[in-house]
Design a protein. Structure first.
Length: 541
């Protein structure tokens, strides 16, 4: 394992600041859809120093981007990087796959506390290959947790204590799961407000969507709460006491057939208006949703990217998950589930038409064949299937996250002064959103990954997936006792090594935010500095 991590470090960009000039590029303005051909982008350290005509003088390392399109770095706004597995797996598989696929930032929506805080520190310290991280730590769930990276909440006191402890450790926000009790929900909302933290996630089963909106919940994940709110009021009340897959009897199970049968267009319109008026962001995880509801129909072994998936997952874990998920679908037929997938797209279409803002998130890798990095591109394609234009789909992973975080001066645009998180593409993403996968290069916090270095990184991840036995995989509560082993008695390790080096919620924007990587992927150690004789030129492909 140490050997693999050393290999990953050897293909990572230089620790020192670089000057990079990208010439002859077509810059994509993701706010307007305008294309700016023959542009030169000058990067000085972690920031874009200038963007202008290619007649500008090149300096530092020169990357010829003739025929390429440059977009802001991508964000996956719903991930679980350290979700019950050991540290080495997150470091060696999850994190590098994001960079290899142009994902330069993630919102981690639930991970084991110590590993995810460590990862955030090490990314900031340039010793771990991976995207910048905005994290919640463990999710808050009900008395019986569904996933191992969770804290059991039985009362209002539990909820307050959990928020206070997580805030003291420097998390960026609070994530709710479906089982949070009603009295605890209010206590969590109040404690989060006191701690100046947003709370996001599922609308708990015990709450109406309208109540979550009124309490200030900042995002809804997976469209949860909207389905129930689109039923007659009496049916919504009854559904609050049910769970998906609770029993084959539809009197106790949240049957999709019942949701579709009892659908009320007027009630749906009302909840959409309320969501739009309050600007509650939606992260629908459409690719994950389709994979869940049609898990027994989709053949994951035919995925052309399956080589990136650990062989033990392909051979054992995915089949077990598929059986477990299929068994939780109760009495709903494949035909009903296909209708529900289309119903989800229709809800997204209506929300979008009403002006509700969206974020691209995948739930990776907590699902069958939801591969880190790759799945974000598939998510954007699902937005297009819901009626978004390619530009609007691209915005969900670029400028919208910047707006969500209140960081438009740092992210979401290829402009002077922004953080140098960029993706170089071989084809125009505004013509076909699938072109976001045609990656010719990545700039992550001012560090350039060429096509060759990305290929090398991907090969190392594939080799890891093919040769390593993945240990504890505890995203189901069946990993009994894991939660009990969370040691809440730990305090901050040291005042000199903060858990939260770059908070997105409580710290002002820094001029030079944390860089991501350690060494230059394209240079021999003896040749990492730009020679004084002239700029180093590279032809991106």
């Amino acid at each position: 394992m140490k050997r693999l991590l050393l290999c990953l470090m050897l293909v990572a960009p230089s620790l020192g600041a670089q000057t990079i000039t990208i010439t002859n590029a077509t810059v994509v303005d993701v706010a307007t859809g305008a294309l700016h051909p023959t542009s030169t982008i000058v990067i000085d350290g972690a920031r874009i120093a200038s963007v202008g005509a290619s007649s500008a003088r090149a300096s530092g390392r020169v990357v010829d981007a003739t025929g390429l399109y440059v977009i802001p770095g991508l964000w996956d706004m719903h991930v679980h990087a350290y979700f019950g597995w050991d540290r080495a797996f997150g470091d060696s598989w999850v994190m590098p796959l994001f960079i290899a696929n142009g994902v330069t930032g993630v919102r981690d929506m639930g991970s084991d506390l110590e590993p995810v805080l460590r990862a955030r520190r090490e990314v900031a310290a340039h010793t771990l290959v991976g995207p910048r991280m905005v994290v919640s730590g463990p999710m808050l769930d009900g008395p019986k947790v569904t996933f191992s990276s969770s804290l059991a909440i039985s009362s209002a006191a539990d909820g307050r204590a959990a928020v206070e402890r997580l805030a003291s450790r420097g998390v960026d926000f609070i994530k709710l799961q479906s089982g949070v009790p009603r009295d605890a929900f209010g206590a969590i909302a109040a404690a989060a407000k006191t701690a100046h933290l947003e709370f996001v996630g599922h609308v708990p089963d015990a709450m109406r969507a309208s109540e979550a909106i009124a309490a200030g919940q900042h995002t809804f994940e997976h469209l949860i709460g909207i389905f129930e709110a689109s039923m007659p009021a009496a049916d919504e009340t009854a559904f609050l006491a049910r769970h998906y897959g609770a029993a084959p009897d539809t009197a106790h199970n949240k049957s999709l057939a019942v949701l579709l049968k009892r659908y009320d267009a007027a009630r749906e319109t009302a909840i959409i208006k309320q969501i739009a008026a309050s600007r509650v962001w939606q992260c629908p995880t459409l690719y994950w949703e389709r994979g869940q509801w049609l898990v027994d129909v989709i053949d994951f072994t035919k995925d052309p990217d399956i080589a990136y998936t650990p062989r033990t997952w392909v051979a054992k874990k995915y089949p077990k998950m598929r059986t477990a998920i299929a068994g939780s679908l109760g009495t709903d037929s494949i035909a009903v589930r296909r209708r529900f997938v289309e119903h989800e797209l229709d809800i997204v279409r209506k929300l979008h038409s009403a002006g509700v803002p969206f974020l691209a998130g995948t739930d990776t890798p907590a699902g069958v064949d939801v591969t880190p990095g790759i799945s974000l591109h598939q998510e954007m394609q699902r937005f297009v299937a819901a009626g978004f234009t390619p530009l609007q789909a691209l915005q969900t992973a670029t400028i919208n996250p910047a707006r969500f975080f209140g960081k438009t001066s740092d992210f979401g645009a290829v402009e002077k002064g922004r953080v140098a998180d960029l993706v170089l593409l071989r084809a125009n993403p505004l013509a076909d959103i699938a072109n976001t996968r045609a990656i010719a290069g990545v700039v992550a916090d001012g560090r350039y990954w060429s096509s060759e270095s990305l290929d090398s990184l991907r090969m190392k991840v594939r080799r890891y997936a093919a040769t390593h036995q993945i240990g504890r995989i505890g995203w189901y509560a069946g990993a009994a006792g894991f939660l009990a082993r969370v040691n809440w008695a730990r305090e901050r390790r040291s005042a000199s090594v903060p858990d939260n080096p770059a908070s997105f919620t409580r710290a002002p924007p820094c001029r030079s935010p944390p860089v991501l990587h350690a060494r230059d992927p394209d240079a021999h150690p003896a040749a990492r500095r730009v020679p004084s004789a002239g700029p180093r030129r590279t032809r991106a492909r």
